[in-house]
Design a protein around this ligand. Structure first.
Ligand code: CP
Length: 330
């Protein structure tokens, strides 16, 4: 017999499922999927201190081959909060002895885990692996490619702030290292699905070739891009991916593109500041605009990440109750 809080979640879910077994790209999501995820995530957020037994008996492996604080901690906390057993493997796994990702992940799948959360140093790994394992694969970031759960938590943060079901009529200005950012590529897909106008401001060397074909407005002047925006979203310069070689210096970048008080003041008076973290202070965002600034929603993003990830783990773990994922063995 589920307790009252679990019953509330079941009521909000109202028998709804999502249309996917694995999540590796925002392109997979329908608007109905997004609405389902957000309705349930809001309820989880309401009961943030409560431990649920919804996924009792299920287990999860977090496979992280790149550094992470937020994504790894929140996927692990989300699973534990749903009463799942979790284990983490990463750089110290047998991949270091030459085992390939597929053999590693098929080995973990043989433990009959429900969910495998993967952060890889190569693009497309989560999608390819999802065709070869029974567990649901969740992409926790694949190189420069996508970070879908980050975009989902960002979308929830924006929609709740605007008290809206979509982003029609809203201007989202994204500033920074577009080229090397998987956060960007998931975020722009989600913002476009939700109807936003997306502006981008970045040094030309941080822009992919033919960027204009992605349906964004491109600015080389950050002040023009921020003017009258509803959201200013700063990205980190990805030093670990060699980004420093694309700009004269971090100091120059900070001067030209870093989000300062004066720059944020060019946006609408009720605009919000967002950043996926980790923030490199005084490079992407000036210290005066810390996480606790009234316009900053950075910690709200972190909190929403836990709620969104709990939702996905609950929905994906229980899709097996009625249907088997079809997959191709090697
Ligand atoms: N936003 C994000 O992915 O942060 P972590 O690298 O700390 O997980």
């Amino acid at each position: 017999m589920s307790n009252i809080r679990e019953q509330e979640l079941i009521t909000v879910r109202n028998g709804r499922d999502v249309s996917f077994f694995d999540l590796y790209s925002i392109d997979q999501l329908t608007l109905t999927d997004i609405e389902t995820i957000y309705d349930i995530a809001r309820k989880f957020r309401e009961h943030k201190t409560f431990k649920f037994s919804l996924n009792k008996g299920c287990s999860q492996v977090n496979v992280f081959f790149e550094n992470s604080t937020r994504t790894q901690a929140s996927f692990d906390l989300a699973a534990k909060n749903l009463s799942m057993d979790t284990v983490s493997v990463g750089s110290s796994s047998s991949v270091g002895k030459g085992e390939n990702y597929l053999d590693t992940v098929q080995t973990l799948d043989a433990y009959n885990v429900k969910t495998l959360v993967i952060r890889s140093k190569e693009a497309g790994v989560a999608e390819v692996l999802s065709r070869h394992v029974k567990a649901s694969i969740l992409n926790a970031g694949d190189w420069w490619h996508e970070h879908p759960t980050q975009a989902l938590l960002d979308g929830l943060t924006m929609l709740d702030y605007f008290k809206s079901k979509n982003l029609k009529g809203k201007t989202i200005t994204i500033v920074g290292d577009i080229l090397h950012s998987r956060v960007f590529w998931s975020l722009v897909r989600l913002c476009k699905k939700l109807g936003a106008t997306v502006r981008v401001a970045s040094p030309e060397t941080f822009l992919p070739v033919h960027a204009e074909k992605f349906g964004m407005e491109i600015y080389d002047n950050v002040e023009d891009a921020i003017k009258d925006a509803d959201v200013v979203y700063a990205l980190r310069v990805q030093e670990e991916r060699g980004s420093n070689g694309f700009i004269p210096s971090l100091r120059e970048y900070s001067k030209m593109f870093g989000i300062s008080r004066a720059r944020l003041d060019l946006a609408k008076p009720d605009a919000i500041l967002m950043h996926p973290g980790p923030v490199i202070r005084d490079i992407d965002v000036h210290s005066a605009l810390s996480a606790v600034d009234s316009q900053s929603h950075i910690l709200q993003q972190v909190e929403n990440g836990l709620a969104v990830r709990k939702t996905l783990l609950w929905l994906l773990s229980h899709r097996y109750d009625g249907q088997e994922k079809t997959f191709t063995r090697k």
